[in-house]
Design a protein around this ligand. Structure first.
Ligand code: TRP
Length: 467
């Protein structure tokens, strides 16, 4: 065990940390997932609940995770343990969550890489919805091709995590993140000027409150965890590399804002295009891959934009998946004393095996269902709908009731040198509001009750062992 590591690496600069943490938050969740779940759960109604959830839960938990991480200067498990030795299970649960998310995330990353090449050859770019939909289905339902691209994605991932925190993560994030912001703005201008886009804009921005129900609220809440990389110790781990002088508060505000900006822009690009070209907003996980090629077909130099877009999507996916892998890897380094190389390779192989099952569930294994879902959907469900919310409840209770107001506020305010007028409100939210709110939404909105119960049993067993 290496609980006290004086030589712990630090972020090269403040801006480096913001890019890395924003890089973790901004990923497939924003560009691939957000538009399609918004489309599935009623457009504006979902967006409305999502923004509220970010406001109440997002900032609060982001700050909570940063403060635990920076206080202890340790990755998730060690961080919880250092403050209270009975609580290492809360960190360990995050390691479990990372495996479920990494059981499908690299597949979507792989789709994205393959679309870079499909854009270069021009085969995907078409204004005919049937053609773009077919290209997508053909890709994901294959046996070897999607797994091949998953491997490529994993190799890139391994390479970056292998190089260690400063060199790999920071550099990758700093160069390409701003390009993504600019490209999304350009694309939004293009789709919003397409004939027929207004209907999509209305669908996206005008909430139809009658569509709000428990399921929509749970989906929106779960997605705010997923999108901000909260509820599994990721931001604890990133915070642990942060210098004692940094201002946690401003970071916890800037990163959710950047994240929301990207998701919002992605929705603004994709949903109006859905209506302009006659796609269905509830087309599911293929939405970004089938609608955007149609948008590119209407742009001068559309092919160049297409290549650029999928390169940036891949990079955004990588800066997120490295944070997921890093949670697992830093656990094995800090707690088990493994060498970085061994931790990276061993865990990547396990994740890759999960990915094979998940990828095949889009094709030849489509009939294999547990609790009514294929492997990919099961992994996503267990992670997003069960593990992340429960992780969020644990973090709230941990700060509110275990660590306590005085010590937590000392950390957040750098021993009183930073003003935090809402400090007491923040603690009260963590202490009383969030645990009950998250639990209520979780119970009220759970659709697949057998699978939820099954996941809870797994979690209980896991927590029992990890204790
Ligand atoms: N937030 C990332 C996205 O939106 C995914 C991600 C990275 C994540 N690290 C995480 C999700 C930790 C949950 C927990 O794509």
């Amino acid at each position: 065990m290496q609980e006290n590591n004086p030589k712990r690496e630090k972020w090269g600069s403040k801006i480096g940390f913001i890019f890395a943490a924003a890089g973790s938050a901004i990923g497939l969740g924003n560009i691939w997932k957000f538009p399609y779940i918004a489309g599935e759960f009623g457009g504006g109604a979902f967006v409305f609940v999502y923004l509220i959830s970010l406001g109440i839960i997002g900032f609060t938990l982001m700050l909570a995770e940063f403060s635990i991480g920076r206080h202890s200067q340790l990755s998730a498990v060690g961080a919880f343990r250092k403050i209270n030795s009975k609580w290492s299970f809360a960190g360990a649960l995050g390691v479990l969550t990372a495996f479920f998310i990494m059981g499908f995330y690299p597949i979507i990353g792989g789709w994205s890489i393959s679309y870079i090449f499909k854009s270069i050859s021009g085969e995907v770019i078409s204004s005919n919805p049937d053609i773009t939909a077919n290209t997508f289905i053909n890709l994901i339902s294959g046996v070897y091709t999607p797994i091949f691209w998953t491997i490529i994605f994993m190799i890139l991932n391994i390479g970056i995590v292998f190089l260690g925190i400063g060199k790999g993560i920071e550099k990758a994030s700093k160069i390409l993140m701003p390009s993504l912001f600019i490209l999304l703005i350009v694309l939004a201008i293009r789709t919003l000027t397409l004939p027929g886009a207004e209907k999509g804009l209305e669908f996206y921005l005008k909430p139809d409150f009658s569509k709000i129900n428990g399921q929509v609220i749970l989906a929106a809440m779960a997605h705010s965890f997923f999108s901000l990389s909260l509820g599994m110790g990721c931001m604890v781990t990133y915070g642990s590399y942060l210098d004692k002088k940094e201002n946690l508060l401003s970071n916890a505000v800037i990163i959710p804002l950047l994240d929301t900006f990207v998701a919002f822009m992605a929705g603004l690009v994709i949903l109006p295009a859905v209506f302009a070209f006659g796609f269905e907003p509830n087309s599911g996980p293929g939405l970004v891959f089938i609608t955007l090629p149609a948008v590119f077909s209407t742009m001068p130099a559309g092919q160049i934009f297409a290549v650029l877009f999928f390169v940036l999507l891949t990079v955004a996916a990588l800066t997120s998946s490295i944070s997921l892998l890093e949670v697992v890897v830093s656990y094995f380094i800090d707690q088990k004393g493994w060498k970085r190389s061994k931790a990276v390779l061993f865990n990547s192989i396990i994740m890759f095996i999960l990915c094979i099952a998940a990828s095949l569930s889009n094709g030849v294994w489509a009939n294999i269902k547990l609790f009514g879902l294929g492997f990919l959907d099961i992994f996503d469900y267990i992670a997003s709908y069960v593990l992340l919310p429960i992780g969020g409840i644990f973090v709230s209770i941990f700060i509110g009731w275990v660590w306590g107001q005085k010590d937590a506020l000392q950390e957040v305010t750098n021993n009183g040198t930073i003003k935090f007028r809402l400090g007491k409100v923040w603690v009260a939210l963590l202490k009383f509001v969030l645990p009950l709110l998250i639990l209520a939404v979780f119970i009220y909105g759970s659709v697949n009750i057998p699978l939820t119960i099954f996941s809870l049993v797994i979690i209980a067993i896991f927590v029992f062992i990890a204790r």
